[in-house]
Write a protein that binds this ligand. Structure first.
Ligand SMILES: [Zn+2]
Length: 87
């Protein structure tokens, strides 16, 4: 035991899903938690996710797609996890 210290916020998944998947999840979530910059009004921290791959800005109301989150190609298991955490 004690081997989870490098998994950070993914540690809650314990030994499930395999280390590669957990590391990928950790990277995704760390990216997801970073404040996003609105490409329209450039406000930082007002951008939120409507659904996977679609983001909106609370300040100017812009809706746009993209973000590092969507560049990851997840396993179906990962997609299910994301869906369960959406909203
Ligand atoms: Zn904006």
């Amino acid at each position: 035991m004690g081997k989870y210290k490098t998994t950070g916020i993914a540690a809650r998944f314990g030994a499930r899903y395999g280390s590669t998947l957990r590391k990928r999840w950790r990277r995704v979530m760390e990216e997801y938690k970073k404040p996003k910059v609105c490409p329209k009004c450039h406000t930082v921290g007002k951008v939120y996710r409507i659904k996977i791959g679609i983001w909106a800005c609370r300040k100017c109301g812009a809706v746009f797609t993209g973000g590092a989150y969507t560049t990851v190609t997840p396993a179906g298991k990962m997609a299910a996890m994301k869906a369960s955490m959406a909203g």
